[in-house]
Design a binder for this molecule. Structure first.
Ligand code: PHE
Length: 350
């Protein structure tokens, strides 16, 4: 084997040994680089005659081309191998289960509202919704709340721009304005029947929604929820309130083992008025009286503001706190948890 064939062989062997593209480029320099073996052989021709240069040059060139071909082949082989590794690493495992979208769920208070609507719905109550920005008339005056009532003070009520000094706009402090709004619409629809003595169908409605007061601690949030209830007819009494509300609480808490107490109280829009307390007879909350709603017989002035004759129409109203009901149902002791938006807390109710 001549010297040039041996050189080509050793280049092939060197390329074959190079395990990475970088190795390969280093090996290439030994043969084809500026001071590589081929360049040296070319330089070595300086002393030869013209004829010798021709044949020697052609032979060296042939060797050079063979080395370049080997280099190109090895480059391709390394690139193929690299691609192979990459494809393997990135291969899709089609047997893996699909990636699922995170599962959402309703907020615990929304779950409570849905529950309240379903239970009262089954007792023939409609659901009404109304504005959170209210006028002084619906929030206070129509509800028989005198000008100097402390509930109107700046401490409790968020006033907002718009309206007038006499009737400023405010964020409703309770859902009771819906008593008036809903009843007025109902009465308007049935005006003729009311006036000709036939009488109107009873008003039976609940009105859930957001309410606002300047108040914030573990059991009060400046935004909280209420659900109003109103039942007006010609023969609706406190005993109906007691029956309806007891039934509601027992269904809501899934406990027959629960008693109610009506504790005398005061609200401008009901007379007489009562706080409704409940007491579980068993379970972790057993024995404690827990306040869940304000209630009472709708005041004659309020019935009048609904467009009805209080001598003929009578009924009751109540306002309960769905946030508190949610806390009791799930054993949560800090109201703020509901409104912090922490997914770790909220996802427990999914
Ligand atoms: N609106 C009252 C409150 O926010 C609750 C209530 C509603 C009381 C209806 C009586 C009748 O405290």
């Amino acid at each position: 084997m001549n010297e040039l064939d041996a050189l080509v062989d050793s280049a092939r062997a060197g390329f074959a040994q190079a395990a990475t593209p970088a190795d390969l480029e280093n090996t290439k320099a030994q043969f084809l680089g500026k001071s590589g073996r081929i360049t040296e052989l070319m330089k070595g021709m300086a002393a030869l005659s013209v004829d010798e240069k021709k044949s020697r040059g052609a032979a060296i060139n042939q060797a050079k081309q063979a080395i370049e071909a080997a280099l190109t082949a090895r480059r391709q082989a390394l690139a193929d191998a690299e691609l192979e590794v990459q494809l393997k690493a990135e291969a899709l495992d089609v047997t893996l289960p699909g990636r699922q979208r995170g599962q959402g769920g309703l907020h615990p208070v929304s779950l409570t509202l849905e529950r309240i609507e379903a239970i009262f719905g089954s007792m023939g109550f409609e659901v009404a919704e109304g504005p959170e920005i209210e006028s002084d008339w619906f929030n206070f005056t129509a509800l028989n709340t005198p000008e100097d009532h402390p509930a109107r003070s700046m401490h409790d009520t968020f006033y907002v721009e718009g309206g007038s000094d006499k009737a400023p706009n405010l964020l409703r402090t309770h859902t009771s304005p819906m008593q008036i709004r809903h009843a007025v619409q109902h009465v308007k629809r049935h005006r003729a029947a009311i006036d000709n003595g036939t009488g109107m169908p009873e008003i039976r409605v609940i009105a859930p929604g957001r309410t606002y007061r300047v108040d914030s601690d573990a059991t009060h949030s400046p935004m909280f929820h209420q659900c109003e209830g109103l039942w007006i007819g010609e023969n609706v009494s406190f005993k109906d309130l007691k029956y309806v509300f007891t039934d509601f609480c027992r269904t809501f808490f899934e406990s027959e083992d629960l008693v109610l107490r009506f504790r005398p109280s005061f609200f401008p829009f009901t007379e007489p008025s009562a706080e409704i307390d409940i007491q579980f007879q068993s379970g972790p909350l057993a024995g404690r009286w827990l306040e869940v709603a304000g209630s009472g017989q709708v005041h004659p002035n309020v019935v009048r503001n609904m467009g009805l004759d209080p001598e003929r129409y009578i009924g009751f109203a109540f306002g309960m706190g769905p946030d508190r009901l949610t806390m009791l149902r799930y054993g949560v002791n800090d109201l703020r948890l509901f409104f912090d938006g922490d997914i770790r807390f909220l996802s427990q109710f999914r």
